[in-house]
Ligand binder design. Structure first.
Ligand SMILES: [Zn+2]
Length: 349
């Protein structure tokens, strides 16, 4: 999210209040090319200060940095700069931060007087630790093809917002075959005015954003109320991929892999496949549960909970859809995969 420190329309404490009202516990602020102001606990809300590197293209989100980056990272005033994602990613990693590719397939907004895309163009950007599989603003731009679809998206965003772009899902599945690439959902909230004379309101207030696209995290323990420790807890969950992307509220979503010996793993875990692995999925409400292996749909059922045997190695992940009248079943949950690798033949070290 963006504050008034860059091009957002709210301060850190206003955003924290909006989060508390929406029941969001952790907010990551990502102002352009500078660490966002006033991180810490604001009432019941933990606010973490990250940033978004914004050359003309290849925007990168970073969290866990102590220092604002040198200006060469960001947009050079008056210059169309596409950034050097490989260098930026290296610098973030060296500083101990966590990086995510921001709005990778951002489309231009149809009918805008100045249609601009902020899609990534440099292939080395996929070396980031994670990616915004779903970005609320990019999805809005993709879904708002004309006045009617734009209006529907303004009034009923959860019902009509498109899910992740199919191309991005395919890329995510492909990269995951060789390494962990953690998916997150980004609000990208600015509360921008609509830019349309006939619609004199913001494209989603901060409060609406909070309940639209979020990242659900499984933390290794409860938040403590101390900023440094809590930031580490959040960063560790992100690094390990213990998280899922949600379109609309999804608190209570459970996804866990159980081994025959009673062990269990969270999504994002990378382990050798073995016989007897069972996947447990529980949705906060009834929906359609989809299970994919290496991007291919393996099971699909209408249910609230399922338990399934995982029959082979591969990149196994869960999606869920929820019924949202009058639009039918709509995108809801995209969970990070279990990376179940083929065991190396014995004797090969
Ligand atoms: Zn951006």
């Amino acid at each position: 999210m963006h504050t008034t420190a860059s091009d957002g329309r709210a301060t850190t404490s206003e955003i924290a209040r909006a989060a508390a009202r929406a029941g969001v516990e952790v907010v990551v602020l990502t102002d352009h090319d500078q660490l966002s102001p006033q991180p810490g606990w604001h009432g019941r809300t933990l606010v973490l200060s990250g940033l978004e590197l914004t050359p003309r293209r290849n925007h990168i989100l970073a969290l866990g940095l102590d220092q604002a980056p040198p200006p060469r990272w960001g947009a050079i005033p008056g210059e169309e700069h596409n950034g050097e994602p490989a260098m930026n990613l290296k610098t973030i990693a060296r500083a101990g931060g966590w990086s995510a590719l921001a709005h990778p397939l951002d489309p231009p907004l149809a009918g805008s007087p100045e249609p601009r895309s902020f899609a990534a163009t440099d292939f080395s950007a996929i070396d980031s630790d994670g990616l915004e599989l779903l970005n609320a603003i990019s999805a809005f731009k993709r879904g708002a093809r004309d006045m009617l679809s734009g209006l529907r998206l303004m009034l009923m965003p959860r019902t009509y917002l498109p899910g992740p772009h199919p191309t991005l899902l395919a890329l995510w599945d492909a990269v995951g075959r060789s390494r962990r690439w953690v998916a997150i959902g980004g609000a990208d909230a600015h509360a921008f005015p609509s830019g349309r004379r006939w619609l004199p309101v913001a494209v989603y207030s901060y409060r609406r954003h909070m309940r639209l696209v979020t990242t659900g995290l499984w933390l290794s323990r409860q938040l403590t109320g101390r900023l440094a420790e809590d930031q580490t807890l959040v960063l560790n969950a992100l690094r390990r991929g213990h998280c899922f992307v949600a379109l609309g509220p999804a608190r209570g979503f459970v996804c866990r892999l159980h081994g025959p010996g009673g062990e269990s793993w969270l999504p994002g875990s990378e382990i050798p496949w073995r016989p007897g692995l069972r996947l447990e999925v529980r949705l906060p409400a009834r929906g359609i549960i989809r299970l994919l292996c290496n991007g291919r749909l393996e099971y699909r059922m209408r249910a609230r909970r399922v338990e399934l045997e995982i029959p082979q190695a591969g990149l196994w992940r869960v999606e869920a859809r929820r019924r949202r009248p009058p639009a039918g079943y709509r995108p809801w949950i995209y969970c990070n995969p279990f990376y179940l690798r083929r065991e190396d033949p014995a004797g090969e070290a």
